[in-house]
Design a protein around this ligand. Structure first.
Ligand code: PGA
Length: 415
């Protein structure tokens, strides 16, 4: 069996603080409940501006040390196939790689609709990624009119053939193909499981023609389009479907957790040899207590109760007046002190929690939670000092500007 993968595409949603809160919550939920198999990958695709913060959080938090998932992939949502150059507004694969982001979605329908890349452009992206030791989540899918004309399979196979042209056979495992019918993205319901299976089978046959049987059997092909925590299980239970690419339902950490946990349950049940030791433990635990396990989702409530993030654009919405010459510097200073305070609070709540946990003989679990809090505090501290510096710079520039606006005293009275 191929490793299943659950990919969350956050699109243009979540600011940095929301992204980190999400990861903290997910980490806690997974640590409390343990996924029931090692044979599962999780991936999340935040916006460009949150990628590094997410990656840093995961590296510092000792991500998933106690549950079975040793890794979560942080993926970009798109990338440019040139290493650098005059491409305003773009981010290159090489810039992502430099930041430790080794995966990118390419060819997502929303990018195709906005930027109209050709299949050749998408092929260049896939080659840039795979030739540089990176991974591509390649999205293909048929629009409604193609489906209505019963041309879906040839349309999709043509996309696949063109998009992976020239990918070395050794690099093929670094490509995940996501079949996403355009008319299923952002809708109420996914297309039927049987239809997805039939298309995936055709794609696999195409890979066999282009490469060989082993390559066809090992490449992962996932489905995306209107998957949620109420409908995912039929798709993920299918042997043909190696995972899911989820948009809206990945934005809510509880839904993403439910889908990840449920998938681990399905794998462990259907393939007992792939269940890990936690599966066995969990079954015993359930049998012994005959009670449902505590719901790890209570974290969501705690986090939601926290104060909403300040609006970073608030200063832009105010009309400048003569009394507010340093508006942008002041706004930056507010951010600096806000983040410094958050950091102090996080540090303060981390320490007593650890102490109390020790007394309750739960020190291991709590120390891991404290580590995540601390990691987030360190990330915030980094931000606080960055913003403090920005503010100093902004103040210095404002002062210089003010000084240069003053009349030159040596000229006063010379008229
Ligand atoms: P959706 O999005 O899950 O919200 O339908 C899927 C996608 O855009 O990949």
């Amino acid at each position: 069996m191929r490793r299943k993968i659950i990919i969350g595409n956050w699109k243009m949603n979540k600011d940095r603080k929301e992204a980190i809160n999400y990861l903290m919550t997910l980490n806690k939920m997974l640590n409390r409940s343990h996924l029931l198999t090692d044979e599962l990958d999780l991936a999340l695709a935040p916006s460009y501006l949150c990628l590094i913060a997410c990656k840093t959080y995961i590296a510092r938090a000792g991500w998933f040390t106690r549950n079975s998932v040793s890794n979560i992939i942080i993926s970009a949502q798109n990338c440019n196939s040139e290493p650098s150059g005059n491409y305003t507004g773009c981010v290159s694969y090489a810039q992502l790689k430099e930041e430790g982001i080794n995966t990118s979605i390419v060819g997502h329908w929303e990018v195709r609709a906005l930027e109209h890349p050709t299949e050749e452009d998408i092929n260049k992206q896939v080659l840039a990624l795979t030739n540089n030791g990176m991974n591509a989540i390649l999205c293909v899918g048929d629009p409604k009119e193609v489906s209505d004309a019963h041309n879906s399979v040839s349309y999709i196979l043509n996309q696949v053939e063109q998009d992976i042209k020239g990918v070395l056979i050794d690099n093929l495992p670094n490509v995940i193909i996501a079949y996403e019918p355009v008319y299923a993205i952002g809708q109420a319901d996914p297309i039927a499981v049987g239809t997805v299976e039939a298309v995936i089978k055709e794609i696999r046959n195409k890979i066999k023609d282009l490469y060989n049987e082993a390559a066809a059997n090992s490449i992962r092909i996932v489905y995306g389009g209107s998957i949620n925590s109420a409908n995912y299980n039929n798709y993920i239970s299918s042997e043909q479907i190696d995972g899911l690419l989820i948009g809206r339902s990945s934005l809510d950490v509880t839904s993403f957790y439910d889908i990840a946990y449920g998938t681990s349950q399905i794998i462990a049940k259907n393939y007992p040899s792939l269940g890990n030791k936690y599966y066995v433990l969990k079954q015993k635990e359930i049998a012994a207590t005959n009670k449902p396990l505590p719901d790890p989702r209570h974290h969501v409530k705690d986090l939601n109760a926290k104060e909403a993030s300040p609006d970073p654009n608030a200063h832009l919405k105010q009309q400048p007046t003569s009394e507010q010459p340093n508006l942008s510097a002041n706004a930056t200073q507010d951010w600096a002190s806000k983040w410094a305070k958050d950091w102090q609070d996080a540090k303060a709540t981390g320490a007593p929690a650890l102490q109390e946990a020790k007394e309750q003989e739960r020190s291991k679990e709590w120390s891991e939670e404290w580590a995540t809090t601390k990691a987030s505090a360190i990330a915030n501290e980094d931000w606080a000092s960055k913003w403090a510096k920005n503010w100093q710079d902004a103040k210095a520039t404002a002062t210089n500007n003010q000084e240069s606006a003053l009349p030159d005293e040596s000229n006063v009275g010379n008229k």
